[in-house]
Design a protein around this ligand. Structure first.
Ligand code: GDP
Ligand code: MN
Length: 381
């Protein structure tokens, strides 16, 4: 579960991380009132659960109250990466001198929470990791010890942070680590952690200007207060329907709709599609023992995606029965009128019966995994 920027920053603040004193608004008028309280200039920030809001026009500085109102109106009318902007955060505008990246993720290889820091902050850290990985410092955190002061100082030194900011940096880094642990997060990130000039000419300070927390869904039951603030816009409607139907579903960019039983087989299916030059539209695992109604729900979700040019079924019948899957497919096809081609590979339990049912409904079948994928890739062209 993702937390909004304003929620993440409030949380960081409770762990001693300096954050701007912002106000959330859901109308242009409320944004104006917030700016009046805070004092100009302000920064208006869309609160949507995707990254790259800055580039999408979802972060704007305003110098007058009129500007606040009109820019807040523009931003509240935006849809960023498919998500409508329903709230904006009004923060006092910061005089940014430098932007640092500071985050914690779970590193599955070292099986530890790992702090990542980079002097190349502000921009996408994925881009930094891809183009200049040497600019990122990684430090595993021992779960029994947490982030001791000396390690935080070590990180500050490694990213070349001027010495005068080290005490503040240590507070921020340790606060972030505590917030990460306390929320059972899988990710906690400050980007940018900014060196900010002070209006009264005082010494520059470190402030967390952006915040992101992703809470591990498996731990949500331990955080009823966080579960309560879950934003329903976090998921696309397809993802929501899939979750409710008990399907593991992730939307992707390609055009081959996939229905597979088992996460491992679904991953292998993605790989083999790429191997034969195709591109999957989704990852969908109907899970073991899927009955006809679940298969039908899965097919409806796949077919609702306008990108899908062909549907590939890859079913390995163990607990899942081939004939059940076939009946689910036929049942769903009776409700939704589709003309796009489909190809199925069903092996294992009741495969003859399953293939017979599909053949009767004029759905192409394939004897092997490779053959099914090759057919699907061909049909998608
Ligand atoms: P993101 O694009 O979704 O990660 O949103 P951010 O909150 O990180 O904002 C994107 C960029 O906007 C930052 O990297 C800053 O360069 C800029 N920005 C954010 N807040 C302020 C601010 O208070 N003052 C100024 N001048 N720029 C800001
Ligand atoms: Mn950011």
């Amino acid at each position: 579960m993702k937390l909004h920027e304003y929620q993440s920053k409030q949380l960081f603040g409770r762990f001693g991380v300096p954050v701007p004193e912002g106000i959330v608004a859901d109308t242009p008028e409320a944004a104006r009132a917030a700016a009046e309280k805070i004092g100009l200039p302000v920064v208006i920030k869309s609160q949507v659960l995707v990254g790259g809001r800055g580039k999408a026009g979802g972060v704007k500085v305003a110098r007058t109250l009129e500007e606040v109102e009109s820019k807040a109106r523009d931003i509240l009318n935006l849809t960023i990466k498919g998500l409508p902007v329903r709230k904006v955060l009004i923060d006092p505008a910061a005089a940014i001198k430098n932007e640092i990246y500071l985050g914690i993720v779970i590193d599955r290889t070292s099986r530890r929470a790992t702090m990542m820091a980079s002097a190349a902050g502000g921009v996408d850290i994925e881009e930094v990791a891809a183009t200049t990985p040497e600019k990122i410092v990684r430090v595993p955190i021992n779960p029994f010890i947490g982030l001791p002061e000396y390690l935080a100082r070590d990180i500050a030194a490694h990213i070349g942070l001027p010495r005068q900011f080290w005490p503040e940096f240590i507070t921020v880094a340790r606060g972030l680590a505590s917030a990460f642990a306390a929320t059972d997060a899988s990710l906690a990130e400050i980007n940018p952690l900014a060196i900010v000039g002070q209006p009264n000419g005082g010494p520059d300070r470190l402030i967390a200007l952006d915040g992101k927390i992703v809470v591990d869904d498996n731990a949500i039951f331990r955080h009823p207060d966080l579960a309560e603030i879950r934003d329903p816009d976090e998921e696309s409607s397809a993802e929501k329907k899939a979750r409710e139907a008990g399907l593991n579903f992730i939307s992707l960019d390609g055009n081959i709709g996939c229905m597979v039983n088992g996460a491992g087989l679904a991953m292998a299916t993605m790989d083999i599609i790429h191997y034969y030059g195709g591109s999957p539209a989704n990852f969908l695992d109907v899970a073991g023992g899927a009955r006809a109604d679940k298969v039908a729900a899965a097919l409806r979700i796949i077919l609702a995606d306008p990108k899908v040019k062909v549907v590939l079924f890859n079913i390995f019948g163990g607990i899942t029965r081939g004939d059940e899957v076939a009946r689910g497919i036929i049942g769903a096809l009776k409700e939704v009128n589709v003309s796009i081609p489909m190809v199925a590979r069903i092996v294992g339990t009741n495969q003859e019966e399953g293939n017979r049912i599909l053949a009767e409904a004029h759905i192409a079948t394939a004897g092997s995994f490779a053959e099914a994928v090759q057919k699907a890739v061909e049909m998608a062209k």
